[in-house]
Design a protein around this ligand. Sequence first.
Ligand SMILES: *[C@@H]1O[C@H](CO)[C@@H](O)[C@H](O)[C@H]1NC(C)=O
Ligand SMILES: *[C@@H]1O[C@H](CO)[C@@H](O)[C@H](O)[C@H]1NC(C)=O
Ligand SMILES: *[C@@H]1O[C@H](CO)[C@@H](O)[C@H](O)[C@H]1NC(C)=O
Ligand SMILES: *[C@@H]1O[C@H](CO)[C@@H](O)[C@H](O)[C@H]1NC(C)=O
Ligand SMILES: *[C@@H]1O[C@H](CO)[C@@H](O)[C@H](O)[C@H]1NC(C)=O
Ligand SMILES: *[C@@H]1O[C@H](CO)[C@@H](O)[C@H](O)[C@H]1NC(C)=O
Ligand SMILES: *[C@@H]1O[C@H](CO)[C@@H](O)[C@H](O)[C@H]1NC(C)=O
Ligand SMILES: *[C@@H]1O[C@H](CO)[C@@H](O)[C@H](O)[C@H]1NC(C)=O
Length: 617
Amino acid sequence: MKAISVLTCLISAASSVAAQSIREINGNRFLSPYAGQNVTNVTGVVTAKGPSGIWLRSLETTRDERLSGGIYVYGSALAKNASIATGDVLVLDGAVSEYRSSVNYLPLTEITLPKVRAILERNLSFAPIVLGKQRGPPTKLFSSLDSGDVFGVPNNQSLISVVNPILQPKKYGLDFWESLLGEYVTIQNPRAVGRPNQYGDTWVVGAWATTGDNKRTGLTVSQKDGNPEAIPITSPLDGTSNRKDGKLGDRLEDITGVVTQGFGFYQIQPLTKLTVISSREPVVSGATTLISDGTCSGITVGGYNIENFALKDTAHVTAVASHIVDYLKTPDLLAVQEIQDNNGETNDGTVDSGLTLSALTNAIATLSNGSVVYNFTYINPVDGQNGGAPGGNIRNAYLYRPDVLQLQGGSNAVIGDSVTANEVLRGPTLKYNPGLIDPGNGAWNASRKPLVAAWELVGTGSKKGKGKPLFTVNVHFTSKGGSTSLHGDARPPVNGGVEQRTAQGQVAGAFIAQILARDPNAHILTIGDFNEYAFTAPVQTFAKVSGLKDLDEVTEIPTTERYSYIYDMNTQELDHTFVSKKLGKGAKFEHLHVNTWLAYDDITSDHDPSVAKFNIC
Ligand SMILES: *[C@@H]1O[C@H](CO)[C@@H](O)[C@H](O)[C@H]1NC(C)=O
Ligand SMILES: *[C@@H]1O[C@H](CO)[C@@H](O)[C@H](O)[C@H]1NC(C)=O
Ligand SMILES: *[C@@H]1O[C@H](CO)[C@@H](O)[C@H](O)[C@H]1NC(C)=O
Ligand SMILES: *[C@@H]1O[C@H](CO)[C@@H](O)[C@H](O)[C@H]1NC(C)=O
Ligand SMILES: *[C@@H]1O[C@H](CO)[C@@H](O)[C@H](O)[C@H]1NC(C)=O
Ligand SMILES: *[C@@H]1O[C@H](CO)[C@@H](O)[C@H](O)[C@H]1NC(C)=O
Ligand SMILES: *[C@@H]1O[C@H](CO)[C@@H](O)[C@H](O)[C@H]1NC(C)=O
Ligand SMILES: *[C@@H]1O[C@H](CO)[C@@H](O)[C@H](O)[C@H]1NC(C)=O
């Protein structure tokens, strides 16, 4: 108490000679009004020390929540100076800088070239701001510059670093975290809403309001809600490392640290490493309950992006096969993406993938004790034209159970080639079965061309009535590479490839519309990795043009349970299944969380698979 009254006295003396306060330096916008200027007699208590600098907190309070009371002072001599400790009240001079390591990031306001004038006091007690109690983040919007939709198009209409808007911390997530930049904070009762990345950085939320909560206690992204209430916890200040084996939904001990900005995100650097109290059970979701009955009234179709699937990675081959046997329960038809050619990422002109797919079907046969021997079909790409890992020539393929299904036309089916566009003929039937949708269209540049096929049941008995053919379109739209982070400078953030994906949705949708034009009651299924959320322009365009319905909607899967992927703070659905009205009747659908729930080192693919069951009689 004595210390504080002495300090108050000193501060008022200092402010009478126009020293800059930490709150004045931060100002009420993103960029400091003092950026590029020298400041003198900046006074604050040391709240934390890191490897390259220290954090100061203003001794002045304010009711203006926009003015952060904390600041980072960059300088390794200061950081390493053993005679400066937390609780010291420093007076220092320095230069205000807005630092970022990439133009795509938001900058960190910091004081550089610090020169300590005086230590006014030692061992002043200070307390962290308790997030969720004193201050809590908004739960939906990120920035006033996003026009209400962080996932909206067009992207990059403005830059925060240029507009430098006045902070609205109650409304916008980035403004909230900016208004606490440099501050010393505590998160009570935190839980992981992602899994640690390769550095152990872990996205969390604490005891505050959240939206999009799923049953696993992650946060599912939804339209206009990108979950700004989550924050990554990065490198501990004490030089230890966070564990990398954390999982979605882990309960953690309370976290105390400093709010900072780096590598494209607001983040909290904790004083010490994260401690997991408990993890969610069961470790993976159960097997599908959707089992084929081998007749037209109950056939099953799965979809799975099996991530750079290569013949020589035998552990991966076995792991994928065991998912297909144990969790997907060997559906009649399986649409897979990211099948590499027979020598994987060796870039020597090899394009065929027959051996790669045989390795998978052989492993499935082994694991199913010979009870399931899949056949497969695919079309080789032109070398180097499908994007993905160089030399890998990833493509989409189908595995099918020849005891249940065959390509329509059986041995008379004409398989298409890498450059010829498939056509919808009278019937409707396909000219090539399977064939590619408009492979020469620029929409598919450096991307996978959709593989369209028509299937019929084998056998003719009443139990195995052939029903009507099932048309399937296996897609893998172009990647989100080139995106900027949701916390980045460009607003709305750059969603890499969004225009190309929209064009892909248009081209694939138009082909499907031709089938429906010939038969409005056709059974049509589109399944695969759209690399995009259901509510965004590419998928909406696909739905509108194709006339198909999202099977999640048709089967009324709760919106928060629609996910197949985790990225940063968001559980999300990049993989979708769309059906024609007729095929949707009585359909069932399940997402199998065999990867999203696991620690990074334990995953088989970055995507979860799904299984659906249909009546095609
Ligand atoms: C900074 O504080 C010193 C005393 O430590 C004082 O002499 C000087 O005038 C102050 N400068 C400003 C700009 O306030
Ligand atoms: C800040 O101070 C340094 C000396 O410490 C001086 O070289 C520099 O020109 C000053 N910068 C400004 C913007 O006044
Ligand atoms: C550490 O800080 C104290 C107080 O400002 C100063 O007197 C001393 O010179 C510093 N030591 C080093 C090695 O910079
Ligand atoms: C610092 O203050 C705390 C009480 O706030 C006291 O327990 C501790 O002994 C003090 N440390 C030093 C080095 O004075
Ligand atoms: C966003 O637009 C600015 C021009 O306003 C441009 O300089 C910048 O490169 C763009 N960012 C990205 C990631 O495309
Ligand atoms: C295959 O055989 C093993 C050993 O008998 C058994 O544990 C396993 O459940 C069988 N798997 C299938 C899919 O039948
Ligand atoms: C497997 O597919 C190939 C063509 O891709 C075909 O020639 C063969 O007859 C099929 N085998 C069975 C058992 O259906
Ligand atoms: C696709 O690539 C070709 C040549 O490689 C180019 O002319 C065309 O503009 C590209 N189309 C799109 C949509 O990027």
